[in-house]
Design a protein around this ligand. Structure first.
Ligand SMILES: Nc1ncnc2c1ncn2[C@@H]1O[C@H](COP(=O)(O)OP(=O)(O)OP(=O)(O)O)[C@@H](O)[C@H]1O
Length: 236
């Protein structure tokens, strides 16, 4: 794959509502992400970040424009191939973990593995996640950070081409947030997945290869970061 562009967002428009209540949320966005890149979508509340992430994730659709991954256009896919695409190529990490409450850590991660033809080694991954001694605990026996580690495990175990993260540290304190960001950084390095992370925290762009700053549905800045720093050095 090398340096070629892998994920392409082309002239994307999206609005909600009709007539007087119509709201333009994305106003013609275009940018490209390279394979293996750590890309941050940064912007204030309401700027359209989650909408964009959901369209990339194939769980919402654009009004016009397109997303292509590896030269495949999402909009050309029927429902069946879109489902397969989501299952095989995407991992999703949410702000509020969304773990299955009556399954333990290991079983929650196994759910992700079950969806893949070529999952990562689960025990090895649980160790990378720092969850080995917690692997038989249920989500309600875990801290917020441990729950988020588990949800990252569930998303990454299928070794997705793209890991989409929507405010993954939004519900966590400063130190735990940094641990989670470090884990995402380690995962990006170890497995080479392309990462697209939504955040309103500008400090996080210092650890990213690429930052897209959104404001009112437009791209305000498209920045390549040549001197990124490690997550454990971030301050905010
Ligand atoms: N399903 C929907 N129906 C109607 N309006 C929506 C819908 N989803 C989002 N919006 C509106 O689109 C705008 C952008 O929302 P979006 O969630 O993409 O922003 P965001 O940048 O992710 O914000 P936040 O950081 O608060 O999550 C908001 O004004 C929101 O009210």
């Amino acid at each position: 794959m090398g340096e070629e562009h892998f994920l392409e967002i082309n002239n994307l428009f999206k609005s909600y509502g009709e007539g007087d209540s119509k709201q333009e949320v994305l106003k013609g966005l275009s940018f490209k992400v390279r394979k293996g890149e750590f890309c941050v979508l940064l912007g204030p509340s309401g700027s359209g970040k989650s909408t964009l992430l959901n369209i990339i994730g194939g769980i919402d659709t654009a009004d016009s424009g397109y997303i292509s991954i590896n030269s495949d256009k999402l909009e050309d896919m029927n429902e069946k191939s879109l489902t397969l695409y989501r299952r095989k190529h995407l991992g999703y990490v949410f702000q509020l973990y969304n773990l299955i409450p009556n399954l333990n850590v290991k079983e929650n991660i196994e759910v992700g593995a079950y969806l893949s033809d070529s999952p990562l080694d689960i025990d090895d991954l649980i160790k990378t996640l720092g969850l080995w001694e917690h692997r038989y605990k249920l989500p309600n026996q875990l801290s917020g950070g441990q729950q988020q580690r588990t949800s990252i495990g569930r998303a990454i175990v299928k070794n997705p081409d793209i890991l989409l993260c929507d405010e993954p540290t939004g519900a966590l304190d400063f130190n735990t947030s940094k641990e989670i960001l470090k884990l995402i950084e380690d995962v990006n390095k170890k497995y080479g997945n392309t990462i697209v992370m939504v955040t309103h925290n500008a400090a996080i762009s210092a650890m990213a290869d690429h930052t897209i700053k959104l404001l009112d549905g437009n791209i305000r800045e498209n920045i390549t970061n040549k001197e990124k720093i490690s997550a454990d050095k971030l301050e905010w």
